[in-house]
Design a protein around this ligand. Structure first.
Ligand code: SAH
Length: 230
């Protein structure tokens, strides 16, 4: 079993690489992949770069070229649910693309023919996350994550996404990774720690909290790997 652990930005995977027993870098398709070992587990770790296209490429590469059979995503997101504060953790039960729009043809937002508005994450991996959370007494929210090629820093857009998709958090990669993994039949898991509230202050908060929130998410994924390695 080889497990892919991916992020979107360097800050999201650096705390993971720091915890590995060892790794070697392989460059492919204008990106770097780290073949790592942790407590006897074989991992492939990478950050994709930001957005749905890069994230899809990286997820597909981890599976098709590097042979990953499960995928865990770790990173940061903007909060939509008011109860989510900076540093809180949310795991996606299902994900959607908030910027996918062919409503002109009578379809719902987020839908294209032969696709679906939501893609569900793997329940077994979510259960491992729940075990990791209760072991360490960490609060882990489950909810809907909306993805789009847009950094949302606007109350009106945020309200639209909340209302249309019942989303709890917003980011720029998760749903594309979900579509790739679902298509290739690979169990996946998307975890995010809150870096901002997708409002007027989002840019400022993001810059301040990216590193600390990314580490909270990465540390949690390490806790999950500890359970998987047992
Ligand atoms: N700081 C970067 C840009 C970050 S884009 C630069 O200047 O190069 C935001 C990243 O964090 C994306 O990977 C996205 O998944 C996540 N994210 C955090 N808050 C977000 C928000 N409010 N809206 C969309 N994505 C958000």
């Amino acid at each position: 079993m080889k497990i892919a652990v991916m992020g979107a930005m360097p800050e999201e995977i650096e705390p993971l690489l720091d915890r590995m027993d060892g790794y070697k870098r392989v460059d492919y398709a204008k990106n770097s992949y780290y073949l790592a070992s942790y407590k006897g587990l074989e991992l492939v770790i990478a950050y994709s770069k930001i957005g749905k296209v890069f994230a899809s490429l990286t997820a597909a590469t981890m599976i098709e070229k590097f042979g990953a059979t499960k995928l865990l995503f770790s990173g940061v997101a903007g909060a939509i649910d008011e109860n989510l504060k900076i540093g809180d953790l949310i795991v996606a039960t299902k994900l959607c693309q908030h910027d996918l729009d062919i409503t002109a043809f009578g379809h719902p937002y987020g839908y294209v023919p032969e696709g679906s508005v939501y893609v569900r994450a793997d329940e077994e991996l979510i259960n491992i996350a729940k075990d990791a959370a209760s072991e360490k007494n960490i609060l882990l929210k489950e909810g809907i994550i909306a993805t789009g090629d847009q950094f949302v820093a606007d109350e009106e857009r945020k309200r639209f996404i909340a209302k249309t998709f019942k989303a709890d958090a917003i980011e720029m990669e998760g749903a594309s990774v979900a579509v790739v993994c679902d298509s290739l039949d690979i169990p996946f898991f998307i975890l995010r720690s809150i870096s901002d509230s997708a409002d007027m202050d989002a840019g400022f908060n993001f810059e301040e909290f990216l590193e600390s929130s990314a580490k909270i998410s990465a540390d949690f994924v390490i806790g999950m790997l500890d359970i998987i390695a047992k």
